[in-house]
Design a protein around this ligand. Structure first.
Ligand code: C5P
Length: 244
């Protein structure tokens, strides 16, 4: 279970595939990369294909949020891109998530491909309690586990959430529901615009399945060293999680 290298997802937030490709080349130990809106659009989808060709796993982070039919149809297309994880916003509600989950399952069966994990974004880790109040959302301790439960009931495989909410989500959704955590910052790096943060070791110890790390690796002076250091912290966190 101490497989930190399968649980670190590096966010490739770049304006072109050649920029991203350079970073991928600097990180031979990293197996999983996240392609978000910027890189997906800039490369016209090419980034996912190129990463797959390089033998890497992809989290395609397009965060769909629209009416149920539109999201279901978009999710069908996302399922065909070759990613291992795709996502929608839980804020889109039960029907939107249910239709998306059905569409992804159907599409994967039809195309005879492995079904990607479909996960829901809960509350963005860049929002703190004041931001949430301003946009009329309740406190994270209530909103996040409730939205995670809704995602589980709608047939999704997991959620994206702050590591600070792992324990609440485990309580409401059980041990098999996947929890992917951005908002992870090693003690030795800047927090940037992330507000609800924990370290990689803490996130693993608390029960995250995956962590998503961008700038602490991609903007580090020595990205490979930063990635290896983070994996080492993750291993220690996993050892603490599984120690009796
Ligand atoms: O650079 P940094 O480590 O903050 O990158 C985090 C990545 O995770 C970004 O690509 C961001 O879009 C993404 N993300 C997030 N919070 C969420 C969902 C995704 O920060 N709730």
């Amino acid at each position: 279970m101490n497989d930190a290298e399968n649980r670190l997802i590096v966010a490739l937030d770049y304006p072109s595939w050649p920029d991203a490709e350079k970073m991928v080349g600097l990180l031979p130990e990293v197996k999983f990369f996240k392609v978000g809106l910027e890189l997906y659009l800039a490369s016209r989808g090419e980034a996912v294909r190129r990463l797959r060709e390089a033998g890497k796993e992809v989290f395609l982070d397009l965060k769909f949020h629209d009416i149920p039919h539109t999201v279901a149809q978009a999710s069908r297309q996302a399922a065909l891109q070759g990613a291992s994880i795709i996502n929608v916003h839980a804020a889109g509600g039960r029907e939107m998530m249910t239709k998306a989950a059905q569409a992804v399952k159907e599409q994967a069966e039809k195309a005879r491909i492995q079904k990607p994990l479909l996960v829901a974004i809960t509350v963005l880790t860049s929002l703190n309690e004041e931001d949430l109040e301003e946009i009329g959302l309740g406190r994270t301790e209530k909103t996040v586990p409730a939205w995670a439960r809704l995602a589980l009931e709608a047939g999704l495989d997991g959620v994206v959430a702050s590591p600070q909410e792992i324990q609440l989500i485990r309580k409401s959704c059980g041990p098999d529901f996947k929890i992917i955590c951005p908002g992870v910052r090693p003690a030795w790096s800047d927090t940037g615009d992330q507000k609800r943060v924990l370290t990689p070791g803490e996130a693993m110890e608390l029960g995250a399945d995956f962590i998503v790390v961008g700038r602490p690796i991609t903007r580090a002076e020595k990205p490979r060293e930063a990635a290896l250091r983070i994996m080492d912290e993750m291993k220690k966190g996993l050892a603490r999680r599984y120690s009796p």
